[in-house]
Design a protein around this ligand. Sequence first.
Ligand code: GLC
Length: 823
Amino acid sequence: MEEINEKGKEIIDKENIQEIVEETIQHLNNPVNDLKPIVKRYLSVVAKVQTEGNKFYFSDGEAKVEIRVVSDEIIRVRLAPHGVFLADFSYAVPVVDQKVTAFQLEEKEDHYAVSTPVITCKIRKIDFCISFVENLSQQVMSEDAEPMHWEENVDFGGYYVFATKKCMPEENFFGLGDKSGNLNLRGRRFQNWNTDAYSFGWNQDPLYRTIPFYTGLHQQAAYGIFFDNTFRSYFDFGKEDYNKTSFWSDGGELQYYYIHGPHVMDVVKRYQSVTGTHPMPPKWALGFHQCRWSYYPEKKVKEIAEGFRSRNIPCDAIYLDIDYMDGYRCFTWNKTHFPDPKKMIKELLDIGMKTVVMIDPGIKVDDDYWVFKEGKENNFFCRRSDDYYMEGHVWPGRCQFPDFTNPKVREWWGGLYKELVEMGVAGVWNDMNEPAVFGSGTFPNDVRHNFDGFRGSHRKAHNVYGTQMMRSTYDGLKKLMRNKRPFTITRAGYAGMQRYGSVWTGDNVATWEHLKMGNIQCQRMAMSGVPFCGTDIGGFSGEPDGELFTRWIQLGTFAPFMRAHSAGDTAEREPWSFGEPFTSINRKFIELRYRLLPYLYSVFWEHHRYGFPILRPMVMLEQEEMSNNYREDEFGYGDKILVCPILEQGAISRMVYLPKGQWYNFWTHELLDGGSEQHIEASIETMPLFVKAGAVIPEYPVMQYVGEKTLDEVMLNVYFADYEVKSFFFEDHGDTFAYEQDIYSEKKFIVKGDTKTLLIEQTTEGLYTVTYELYNFNIIGIPFNVKRITADDQEIKEFYVDKGGDLHFKSSKNFNVIKIFTS
Ligand code: GLC
């Protein structure tokens, strides 16, 4: 029974009085809210409706809700408790409105309906509960269990804001960015507050990044909710109440996007359409990176770089951690260890090794240090509420911190990279940007921020601080590198961070549990719109043995970002550190990374252009299979390769689930039927790896670094299928933004086979002409005796079948149709 007071505002559910008492006690125990009675206010009866273009306003007399049609599949909801919305500004969403075919508002007996051709948002008159329904199936995708509600925040102003939705029967949840623990989030509660979480553990929360976006999946249909709120936020997926899922935050606006599927993949793609995709990275950044805290002096750095070359282990980048700096002052060099950095960087580059340097946000308080002086003179450092500077200890000692939420500060900071870029530095590693402060953890809440002119305390800016630092680095580098693609990596971030660079999962540990956790973390980041992600291969702290390191290299081969990193107090950790057989196996897998690089680069393009993630968890590949809600080891690497890492010590085989369809064992070429689990051998030399029948996988010869060799042909591995399959192959300059002017080459292959023939069709889009002339075909699994091959009706005379049954021949890169016949 609910009672509504005469203002129609306050609802007290008598049956829930115990719950309210408990909440009040909890609230009183929270020092921030010391002695404040809580009064939750709920939306009540819809009293007024107004339309303004694609925005619809519903009011109960005082509170107001905006329903905005963003696209046919996306609707945004906002709540203004006293009728006045906050400024419509978001760091995550550059442009709100997308293309909409049609929309309308209708009044029904008990609800209002805002609909597009695909979805309908229903607002129930009696209690303002909102639901989203798929038009075609009439399936209720998401439905409020209670009307949206809020609670005044007497300490800081504004409101704690809450949304509570029903957990649908058998609903499972995925995404939410940076969480450790199982991929499926059902039954757990999380908090988002970017945290320096050194040696974090299974289920530890919060971690380094905040992405308040999840995908719900029930009755085989998926939708997403993106709660675009930068304050400390919380998500409960049926933990407190099995039948409810809720999200709330300590401030800001209750503003969320409903993003329709029904495929999990559609949800993620559409989330990317809201928050953006990753720009194309420099191609070399997809190679192997070697890092350590820290390689110094210069002699050591060169020794490591040469160590790769002398052992023929490919590597594209070497990292300089904080010790390259003078007393940890950013943008300076320790001249004792690095007397001539420009020369060193050039020498490294001469052997194909790019230099990536670390930059932290903490600037040493030192009047003789130019960066500090400039920041101080221009008032660029963060201040406390009473105007004192925000000071805290980090690596250099007492530091002040730039306010990256100020566009002028971002511009300044971006320009500070000038000298590093002139020296030839190829990439920047942004660390400690949660922001991390020794002792206190982070800034106090009262620190003030510009927030791009919209002002706010650290409560509001904390979770975006890291992304804004990376943004300023990315934009600065882009300008200074004269439009070459910058490479940046960050530890902290907020939704939309993918527009500015890559990410690693932070300070992990050299354990088998972390190997498993890292695999899940990268998949979860992929489902949360962040494609370019990797873990510290080998574990940051602790000591892996050769087996663990090799298994991590194997998994890392299929992480979009592949970097080995370790803490300074651990034993040396390069791919050759564990002796044989590990060195050879590590080399074999790093070589595989380079062989498959044109495939990864193409998959990256599919991400950039179309919003597909690079890693695809099983639930994304086959959501109709209920067991895939719980699978988290196997994953898709693009849409053509399936990877199943070995995550247990001593394992030499494992069960692997293959999605429906046909798959080739990458190593043996054995053709397997999907739709069931298979027992797969996987001694330490190998790892279960499968290619989808019908795939065309481009392959490069092994190179020691990207671009080492000029190609005169490219190998195309074609995996026979007796159905039609489409594949992409993307190429371009590899390091400029010319692709934005259509200077790229996007090839589409269609493979169609039957018992007597195999057809391979090619179409090309884009203005880039590749420099090689030939394709070297390697056709796998052809089920008939090959008698004749034609390319655009011209006979290809030279071909042969090797002992393993693979067919080999060459053709011009410009073919339209290749036909392979048995007679
Ligand atoms: C942080 C980083 C780590 C780095 C270290 C020293 O712990 O997460 O990767 O090596 O700082 O800069």
